[in-house]
Design a protein. Structure first.
Ligand SMILES: N[C@@H](CCC[C@H](N)C(=O)O)C(=O)O
Length: 290
């Protein structure tokens, strides 16, 4: 990154403890390399986060320009290793909350451009935020997830980004999750995938652990919770688009709970919190040598 003329401000926030460094960059002047994003997200040498959200005007970003009429703001999401991902469900809530906090958006409804398309966000007066997450796509063939030397059948669900959802009897079956689980066939997920392990907690109530592509195990994943809800509904014989009935599940994550609804038109909605815990200015030395 070239030396910026102005100090770089940041916010730190989370959604169900999936945490983010948020960098407002309305005119799109900060092109952060993968190494710079990884340094910012480093929990010892940096600020520390599961991912980074750059707030850029859609018109100022080549990947978002075509969405500028529909959504003024583009969420440039990066995983903690610096890799680019299409979509981040918890991130969209935190992103919208930051826009409102910075008076860049009115309370109420707002559209956010992402690499997976435009997402509609409703900022509730009670602090809960609902996001229209689009339709789930379930590519036909199943996947096999290998973790701790065990192979598990998994459902492939695309929520704009890829997920492999494996139902287990105990979340301990995922082991320590220090490394990415194996997923086969590799050709089905050519860009890698997020992997969710799921147990039942009660009627229309499940809990998950997740290993995120590019970030490792995190305490929540919004797109993952949506993928899990849809996989659980199909397993339970429910398909709102075919049955004409809206279905809602509670999805517990290690960092809290998300409410996920699949409507009769196939649209998946996620409701959950967004929190900002700090605001600050980057010391320019943080990115030196990254
Ligand atoms: N934590 C996110 C998902 C972030 C992207 C993911 N790691 C990927 O690479 O697809 C969420 O809340 O959805």
């Amino acid at each position: 990154m070239s030396t910026p003329a102005q100090p770089i401000t940041f916010l730190k926030g989370h959604g169900t403890e999936n945490d983010f460094v948020i960098i407002p960059d309305p005119e799109g002047r900060l092109e952060l390399s993968a190494a710079e994003v990884a340094r910012l997200c480093d929990r010892r040498a940096g600020i520390g986060a599961d991912g980074l959200l750059r707030i850029v005007r859609s018109a100022a970003h080549p990947e978002a320009r075509a969405m500028a009429d529909a959504a003024e703001w583009f969420m440039d999401y990066r995983n903690s290793d610096g890799s680019v991902a299409e979509m981040c469900g918890n991130g969209v809530r935190v992103f919208a909350h930051c826009l409102e906090r910075m008076a860049l958006a009115e309370p109420g409804e707002l559209a956010v451009a992402t690499r997976a398309g435009v997402r509609r966000v409703t900022l509730g007066e009670d602090g809960a935020i609902t996001v229209g997450m689009g339709r789930a796509v379930l590519p036909g063939p199943g996947l096999t997830v290998t973790v701790d030397g065990r192979s598990l059948s998994a459902r492939h669900v695309d929520m704009g980004n890829p997920h492999a959802v494996a139902f287990v009897d105990s979340l301990d079956e995922a082991g320590r999750l220090l490394e990415a689980p194996g997923v086969a066939p590799a050709e089905a997920v050519p860009n890698g995938t997020n992997v969710e392990f799921v147990v039942d907690r009660g009627p229309r109530h499940v809990a998950l652990r997740v290993h995120e592509r590019g970030s490792g195990e995190t305490r929540s994943c919004g797109t993952g919770a949506c993928a899990v809800m849809v996989a659980a509904a199909r397993r339970d014989g429910l398909d709102p688009a075919a049955d004409g009935e809206t279905v809602t599940y509670t999805v517990d994550v290690p960092g809290g709970s998300l409410i996920i609804t699949e409507r009769a038109d196939g649209e998946v909605e996620m409701t959950g919190p967004a929190v900002v815990v700090a605001e600050g200015i980057l010391d320019p030395s943080l990115l030196e040598g990254a």
